[in-house]
Ligand binder design. Structure first.
Ligand SMILES: [Zn+2]
Length: 201
């Protein structure tokens, strides 16, 4: 819970910090197969965070949902979601307006038929990369608040990373109308520090 004691007026970026961009893919945007309301609104905000990290030569990582056609989470397979983010499809591509530099490492999740892929840490390469670069503090935003952001943040906290939740750069699926709000509250209770772009120095 130490994170919550940090002075929240300003957050200085420095060595050990990394930005983790979660699943900003076409299928999760309005018009996509599993559209998140206002999902597109996170794009310019995430771009500004990316700029801040690149300016300071700090690492940026991205995750993507990357499913086989017969993924177990799909309704056709007895799961709860419409088909989405099928590996190699247009829906699985990153949003066109997202300014991810080409060199950014991308970690795919949900590749296995029977794994949800809700957490970026399901891909073991993510943690290996973070350890290799001695990352201690993760700034996390993207889609969707109540699934992949939530699970990635919880896993990061369980692995003793400090987590700064980019509350202006997340949106929720809201299967139930309060899901996003509850997810944010739970992440904060578990130790994530909520911040906005204006707080980055
Ligand atoms: Zn998925």
């Amino acid at each position: 819970m130490n994170n919550r004691e940090i002075n929240t007026d300003k957050v200085g970026l420095g060595t050990g910090d990394a930005l983790l961009v979660i699943d900003i893919q076409n299928d999760f945007l309005p018009g996509g197969r599993l559209a998140v309301a206002e999902g597109d609104q996170v794009i310019p905000v995430i771009n500004s965070y990316i700029d801040r990290f690149i300016e300071r030569q700090l690492p940026v990582f991205a995750t993507r949902d990357w499913h086989p056609k017969n993924h177990g989470s799909f309704i056709q397979q007895g799961g709860s979601w419409p088909e989405h983010c099928i590996a190699g499809s247009a829906g699985a591509e990153f949003a066109r307006g997202l300014h991810l530099p080409a060199a950014v490492p991308v970690f795919s999740t949900g590749i296995d038929v029977d794994k949800d892929g809700y957490s970026g840490f399901e891909n073991p390469d993510l943690n290996k990369h973070l350890e290799k670069l001695s990352i201690s503090r993760l700034f996390i935003g993207g889609l969707a608040t109540d699934y992949c952001v939530f699970n990635t943040v919880c896993d990061a906290l369980n692995r003793n990373y400090q987590v700064l939740l980019l509350t202006d750069a997340v949106r929720a699926v809201n299967v139930h109308s309060q899901d996003g709000e509850q997810a944010i509250n739970q992440m904060i209770l578990k130790g994530a520090l909520p911040i906005t772009l204006a707080m980055i120095q």
